[in-house]
Design a protein around this ligand. Structure first.
Ligand code: ADP
Ligand code: ZN
Length: 818
């Protein structure tokens, strides 16, 4: 009887494909193993076995599987279940989940292929026109062959260009079928067992009297062996015995030492396992821990609502201990940017070498190692700490998931599909494992708090800071009044200047928050009103003074700043609005003696740049740190006594139903960086609207007030968490096609769902990279079936795709968009 396998291909296809297993290959094939299969005219893909059966496909002749790649399944049954849920919930394909879930090094292909580097947000200003064209093509197609790239660029040679793009991390290159994962080895040496007896050993040492250096090496080896039984690396032996590699080589050649290569893992803990420090909880932390344990008895998810610096991390660690003691694995999820060495070493002091870090900044190899360690449930990966993609690891015995800063919107993946929310996906994953979930935040998302109120989640709170430290004093500074009376210096109010002076005088530090990078978001001619726009996007260009450039923050376009207006020719260009770069410049003029640093996307490009700024600031290398949201994320600085928010209004006025919730969270979080030690910290929020209720709630630390206000709005306008929401985006190069297509789709939706459908409307930036965009929101009441709604939407899409002029319009679903 013939055997077939349904496989998942790592491309966005709705269906699974069936392949035949040639005789001989079928023996050991299991679900979750990788196979190499031909697809299309000439491509070979790595696919994943989803189901093995004996039913030949009806409509096509099954091709043969070329090769079985794995000996044991790469992906386990729970993961498969989880992927299935993810594809169905987030309206994408299993192939898309496969591609995101598995480190790139596991996906081999037959020819050199150019792929977009999924993790890399490509840097605006570093992309040339030709590079841009390649990237753009990769938005539509998962991969391009070299020849296809030549065609797109109308050039014969593209390899140098692709090389540059690869070096910049913009693309990935895949070569012929070979495993890209190269483990790292160390050369170890041991004494040949034939000298183990005392007599033989003495004879040997006598014999070596004529070779004193070799003799010295052996004596050192014995000393080291007396201390540790661990394999000894050749280089360490060489160093400790003060000889050369040649001497050791000589001993190996004489067969006195045996040489062996063993694999090591790159992310290792260097400390001493003996000296691990367990946290000792304060009374209120202990109380919360007990609440959590009690609530886990009848609920799977619990929210820890603890003010900034209440010591949530310590509570997590204590809780983790109990799960580890039961032999369980623990996943500690946090926003990418909060994944600092500061936090990692805190966990390592407690859990030592059991901590594994899964980080997009790590190399493919390092990620492959963590993957394998987790799959084998090894000691060195009992605690996995990572950003959202770490929830795809092949957990074998997951007991607890911690989602730190659960309100953070960076847990949501925007692009590409699957557009999943890591917090929600983690909860589903935990359910599949029978594991528990602890969500933690000082400013919980409305979604999570709503689930607490409705009794779905357990709850505990910590309302004071650890060690009796006071919450900072938050004041609003009315800059409308100050501007009118011309009492502002640049963007600084008198109160803020005074605050900074006082703080600097006592050698404490200052953080200033401004939500935009660059110098100014708009350049405008004072004579004719012309403002330079991006040629590819409907957005004005941001002025970057340092490079004297205008840049688009959406597509990467850049040009030299002009001297005269291109429209009227007058040299009357001025800037509007301000970003971090301008604040930094004003600071240098206002406080010439202070040392300043800046943390935003422009200053944190390199692999370690972000870390360097954080450590620099923590160790007092500079006095004032200016930054975007980056400065708000869970950083624990000891000497910050003043936090200034340059302008709260831009946040509050953002056109999105979550803007007020977000502003509350962001401002409270950044305020929480102040005064983490004895002295009470101070926060100054500059605003044109000191009466704004959200700002008052920030001042009073009134989370519940914010929750009630926002919830009443969400109820009135039927937004989440009251309703669910799906955002459907349409993208196309041609304005008219897009408009017609979006209206058609919108109308079809309205026929079914009536007034629950909003739009189609243009988003705030209506064209990005030459693609026009329109969006429709579908609100889904809790009592309406989500599955049926999605099925109906998919049916509409099928009819839509049957209309030939709409077929080229991209339709993108974002379920629970954030
Ligand atoms: P949060 O995450 O709630 O903002 P952290 O976990 O960063 O707060 O804790 C704030 C500071 O207090 C940290 O420096 C932490 O080391 C310290 N801290 C908190 N709890 C304890 C504890 N039980 N023992 C010792 N130090 C603690
Ligand atoms: Zn642009």
């Amino acid at each position: 009887m013939e055997v077939f396998a349904d496989v998942i291909l790592p491309i966005p296809l709705e269906r699974l494909f069936t392949y035949r297993l040639p005789d001989g290959l079928a023996v050991d094939l299991e679900k979750g193993m990788r196979v190499a299969v031909p697809f299309g005219k000439s491509k070979i893909y790595t696919a994943l076995v989803y189901r093995i059966h004996t039913d030949p496909p009806v409509v096509y002749e099954a091709k043969d599987i070329h090769e079985v790649i794995d000996k044991v399944p790469l992906v386990n049954a729970v993961q498969m279940e989880h992927w299935k849920w993810m594809a169905s919930y987030y309206m994408c394909t299993l192939g898309e989940v496969f591609r995101t879930a598995v480190p790139g090094a596991f996906l081999l292909e037959s020819e050199t292929l150019v792929l977009r580097n999924g993790e890399k947000e490509w840097d605006d200003q570093q992309v040339s026109d030709q590079e841009f064209m390649v990237l753009e093509a990769l938005e539509h197609q998962t991969s391009l062959k070299i020849q296809e790239v030549c065609d797109i660029l109308e050039r014969k040679t593209v390899l140098p260009l692709l090389h540059r793009m690869y070096e910049k991390g913009l693309i990935q290159l895949r070569e012929t079928l070979h495993d890209q994962y190269t483990p790292k080895y160390v050369r170890t040496v041991t004494l040949n067992p034939k000298y183990e007896s005392e007599k033989d050993l003495n004879d040997l040492l006598d014999e070596l009297n004529r070779a004193p250096k070799q003799r010295q090496v052996l004596l050192t080896l014995f000393q080291l062996r007396a201390v540790s039984r661990l394999p000894l690396s050749a280089s360490e032996l060489q160093k400790k015995s003060g000889t050369s590699a040649g001497v050791i080589r000589g001993l190996i050649d004489k067969d006195i030492l045996l040489e062996k290569k063993i694999r090591t893992d790159r992310v290792t803990f260097e400390g001493d396992t003996e000296g691990l420090q367990k946290p000792v909880l304060s009374d209120f932390q202990q109380k919360s821990l007990e609440d959590i344990t009690a609530s886990f008895k009848d609920r799977d998810v619990t929210l820890l609502h603890g003010v900034t610096s209440s010591g949530k991390t310590e509570v997590y660690m204590k809780l983790m201990e109990t799960f580890l003691a039961d032999g369980k694995q623990v996943l500690y999820l946090l926003p990418e940017i909060a994944l600092t060495t500061q936090l990692i070493s805190r966990l390592q002091t407690c859990f030592g070498s059991r901590v594994a870090v899964f980080h997009s900044r790590f190399s493919l190899n390092e990620r492959v190692e963590v993957w394998n360690n987790v799959r084998r449930n090894e000691e060195k990966a009992k605690v996995v700490i990572g950003a959202r993609s770490s929830l795809f690891l092949p957990f074998d015995n997951l007991g607890l998931v911690i989602v730190d800063e659960e309100h953070e919107n960076s847990f949501k993946q925007f692009d590409p599909a699957p557009r999943y929310h890591a917090r929600d996906a983690a909860i589903v994953l935990a359910t599949l494992h029978g594991a528990k979930v602890l969500l933690g935040s000082a400013t919980p998302s409305l979604e999570s708090f709503y689930n607490v109120r409705t009794g779905k989640y357990g709850y505990t709170s910590m309302e004071q800071r650890f060690g009796g430290v006071q919450m900072p004093e938050v004041d609003l500074v009315d800059i409308r009044d100050a501007s009118r009376r011309k009492r502002m210096t640049g963007h600084f109010s008198e109160a803020l200047i005074a605050g900074i002076n006082e703080t600097l005088a006592v050698r404490e530090q200052v953080i200033l928050f401004q939500n935009r990078r660059g110098y100014a978001p708009v350049v405008e001619c004072m004579t004719c009103g012309h403002a330079p726009q991006c040629p590819n996007c409907d957005v004005s260009l941001t002025y970057h003074q340092g490079r004297n450039e205008l840049r688009c923050h959406y597509c990467g376009y850049s040009e030299k700043m002009m001297v005269q207006c291109v429209a009227c020719g007058n040299a009357t260009l001025d800037t509007k609005g301000f970003g971090t770069e301008q604040i930094e410049k004003e600071l240098k003029e206002l406080f010439p003696d202070a040392r300043t640093g800046r943390m935003d996307l422009d200053t944190t490009r390199g692999k370690f740049a972000y870390e360097k700024i954080i450590t620099g600031f923590a160790s007092g290398e500079f006095d004032i740190l200016v930054g975007t949201q980056m400065v708000t994320k869970g950083l624990d600085f000891r000497h910050v006594n003043l936090v200034g928010i340059m302008n709260a209004d831009a946040l509050l006025n953002f056109p999105d139903f979550r803007a007020h919730e977000r502003s509350f969270q962001l401002l409270t979080q950044v305020a929480g960086r102040a005064g983490r030690t004895e002295k009470r910290g101070k926060v100054l929020i500059q605003t044109y609207n000191p009466q704004n209720p959200v700002l008052r709630q920030v001042v009073n630390g009134d989370y519940t007030g914010m929750y009630e206000d926002q919830m009443s709005q969400r109820r009135e306008y039927l937004y989440p968490p009251v309703n669910r929401i799906i955002r459907i985006s349409f993208k196309h190069r041609a304005y008219h096609t897009l408009n017609e297509a979006a209206s058609w789709f919108g109308q079809a939706l309205r026929n079914l769902f009536g007034t629950s459908v909003l739009g189609p409307e243009y988003p705030p930036v209506a064209r990005i990279r030459n693609q026009y965009i329109k969006q429709v929101l579908v609100k889904i009441p809790r009592e309406q079936s989500l599955t049926q709604t999605k099925n109906s939407i998919k049916r509409i899409e099928n009819s839509f795709n049957a209309i030939s002029q709409y077929r080229s319009v991209r339709v993108i679903y974002d379920v629970d968009y954030f």
